[in-house]
Design a protein around this ligand. Structure first.
Ligand code: UDP
Ligand code: MN
Length: 239
């Protein structure tokens, strides 16, 4: 049996939320043995997101960012969501399978899932459309990671994007202090430090990190506020 990929997606209410989740959900429909953890930066589980309709196993979590962090600029986006997903994996004793952090606006080549599925500890691979260099990637020599190519090193030990690595859940469960701090820009670095990752343990994917199978696409945000058109209003428009 294929190990399950726990695909953790932070999301938050804005005009683009539903189309982003439809596009991502319809990507995940093509992937066998996937469990989609949709963690919304909101006080409750909005029914209109209707994660159920994609017909894939899922968990819908309400994981609002604490107010204290919301007012900070830059705010730690998606952290409350990913922390909630990590807690869910721990509380449900998920010790087999693969963890992957896939934001709601990224673009995933279906071949990525084949690549990360056999991650033994931690695997890494390039992410397209990151920063000034247009790609963030491990630098590989003789099959081993010897450094990183990333336009924002920022003194990080692990200068990688959230979408550029996958973690085996057995390995994760051996690191009970695994966490992601509320520190914008340093989430990946701190998370990988918290699981005591060592350079020589990294498994390279995507043909020795020569192919891009995930892209940090970003959707233009509408400047207009969210509006709620309720059914009563629609009824009155019809008549
Ligand atoms: N996100 C969130 N709350 C916010 C802003 C973003 O939960 O207030 C989520 C968002 O849906 C995405 C992730 O956090 O999955 C990263 O945010 P975004 O894509 O805006 O950041 P960027 O692409 O600039 O890194
Ligand atoms: Mn994004």
């Amino acid at each position: 049996d294929l190990p399950i990929i726990y695909f953790v997606t932070p999301t938050y209410p804005r005009r683009e939320q539903i189309p982003e989740l439809i596009r991502l959900g319809q990507t995940l429909m093509h992937v066998p043995q996937i469990h989609w953890i949709v963690a919304d930066d909101y006080d409750g589980c909005n029914n209109f997101l209707d994660v159920n309709r994609f017909g894939i196993p899922y968990t819908h979590i309400a994981s609002p960012m604490p107010d204290a962090y919301r007012s900070i600029s830059p705010s730690p986006r998606g952290v409350a969501n990913r922390r909630a997903a990590l807690n869910w994996l721990r509380q449900n004793n998920k010790k087999t399978g693969i963890l992957y952090f896939g934001d709601d606006d990224n673009t995933f080549d279906l071949r990525l899932f084949n690549e990360i599925r056999d991650t033994k500890k931690v695997s890494m691979f390039p992410v397209g459309l990151i920063g000034l260099y247009a790609v963030s990637s491990p630098v590989v020599k003789n099959g081993k990671v010897i450094g990183f190519f990333d336009s924002w090193p920022a003194k990080r030990k692990w200068p990688v994007d959230m979408a550029g690595f996958a973690v085996n859940l057995e390995y994760l469960s051996q690191h009970p202090n695994a966490t992601m701090p509320y520190r914008a820009g340093y989430e990946e670095d701190a998370f990988l430090r918290s699981i005591s990752l060592r350079m020589n343990e990294i498994e390279t994917k995507a043909n020795n990190c020569t192919e891009i199978l995930v892209w940090h696409t970003q959707t233009q945000k509408s400047k207009a506020p969210m509006v709620r058109i309720d059914s009563q209003y629609l009824e009155s428009e019809k008549s």
